[in-house]
Ligand binder design. Structure first.
Ligand code: NDP
Ligand code: GDR
Length: 348
């Protein structure tokens, strides 16, 4: 049985990757941040009481800011594969907490690579490593973007991801470690955090339809993104680590849509016209924007046999259907007199 260690296991991608690897027969270990409230919502359906026989999933406290804990977890878990998904992953928030973002996204990657290098030297183990890179690294480089496109990052988040990318390349070249960078374009799902634009829109569509919300406030409607489905993208992470050589790959659908297109498609799913409900709020603008992302994933298709299964229209449909159900549940609870907290969307 292969063993994987996932940082960022409680995030969107961590949850899909955990399901995927368990389905492949892996034993999965995840790094968990201590929080004052439970932060395991996305994996609770898989996680069992460790005293009870259940799926091969174990969680270990740790943080990318704490190199000692990373070393301890690596020694304890003895993984065959490490997936570094943990990050302060919100681009707009990174302008507000740039130093923390750099500490976790850039230095956190370095801490983990250093810990892994030492672990491999001491134990003699051969461990494969996946680094969660981002299309944000391309920033203002014009589309389509491929592995050959130069980086021009536009946010503290993106600059930190570029540093993490080059740390990963450097460890591959300097120490011969099996390290892959996935350069993933935006990928979404019903598990997406509610302050990212796709989920913010689909949550609002469901709530507006059910009379729970009146308006949706958005920032830049002109930005274009290459949106895919997270469930498809975690398979690409795994495929990279199964290939005979370590390399870097762009993962994308190849289709680009504007935020406006996204809003129009999502409202139309429930028979509404987005123009009646969407309002502009400058607080959601960023000091520097990434205008247009559209990925060319030819290399991943040719070398890994990877291709996306879910397109933009199917993705919007899936997310709206999920969030409409959530809104209906909220309405039922409210009409029965239960208080339901409205979370998230106001801040980013
Ligand atoms: P999420 O924001 O959903 O999840 C981030 C994860 O990182 C969470 O598990 C979070 O824990 C954890 N985390 C945050 N800070 C720390 C820390 N200091 N120490 C340990 N863990 C931490 O991100 P996604 O799942 O969407 O993305 C996964 C990775 O892929 C990220 O690195 C992201 O930057 C990158 N990426 C994402 C893309 C996308 O479109 N989704 C595209 C390209 C790259 P907690 O739950 O406790 O907050
Ligand atoms: P992004 O995703 O910055 O591409 O980073 P996000 O969904 O936050 O923004 C996409 C685009 O939508 C515009 N936008 C808004 N965005 C948010 N969040 N809220 C709004 O109200 C709003 N209005 C307009 C943004 O300006 C932007 O142009 C995501 C993250 O998952 C990163 O971690 C990942 O690396 C990249 O995708 C690829």
């Amino acid at each position: 049985m292969k063993r994987a260690l996932i940082t960022g296991i409680t995030g969107q991608d961590g949850a899909y990757l955990t399901e995927f690897l368990l389905g492949k027969g892996y034993e999965v270990h995840g790094l968990l941040r201590r929080a004052s409230l439970f932060n395991t919502d996305r994996i609770d359906h898989i996680y069992h009481d460790p005293h009870v026989e259940g799926p091969a999933l174990r969680l270990h406290y740790g943080d990318l800011g704490d190199g000692t804990a990373l070393r301890r977890v690596l020694e304890k878990v003895q993984p065959d594969e490490v997936y570094n998904l943990a990050a302060q992953s919100h681009v707009k928030v990174s302008f507000e907490v740039p130093e923390y973002t750099a500490d976790i996204v850039a230095l956190g990657t370095l801490r983990l690579l250093e810990a892994l290098r030492d672990h491999m030297t001491v134990s003699g183990a051969k461990v494969r490593y996946y680094q969660a890179g981002s299309s944000e690294m391309f920033g203002s480089a014009p589309p389509p973007q491929s592995e050959r496109t130069p980086f021009h990052p536009r946010s503290p988040y993106a600059v930190s991801k570029v540093a993490a990318h080059w740390y990963a390349v450097n460890y591959r070249e300097a120490y011969g470690m099996f390290v892959c960078n996935g350069i993933l374009f935006n990928h979404e799902s019903p598990r997406r955090g509610e302050t990212f634009v796709s989920r913010k829109v689909t949550r609002a569509v469901g709530r507006i339809k059910e009379g729970l919300q009146e308006k949706l406030y958005l920032g830049n409607l002109e930005a274009r993104r290459d949106w895919g489905f997270a469930g498809d993208y975690v398979e690409a992470m795994w495929l990279m680590l199964q290939h005979e050589t370590a390399d870097d790959y762009v993962i994308a659908t190849g289709a680009s849509h504007s935020v406006r297109d996204l809003a129009a498609a999502a409202f139309a799913e429930l028979g509404m016209d987005w123009r009646e409900f969407v309002a502009f709020d400058a607080r959601y603008l960023r000091p520097a924007e990434v205008d247009a992302l559209q990925g060319d994933a030819t290399k991943a298709r040719e070398r890994l046999g990877w291709r996306p299964r879910v397109d933009f229209a199917q993705l919007v449909k899936m997310m709206v259907a999920h969030d409409h159900d959530l809104a209906r549940q909220e309405k039922t609870l409210r009409s029965a007199g239960f208080g339901v907290p409205v979370r998230g969307a106001a801040h980013s």
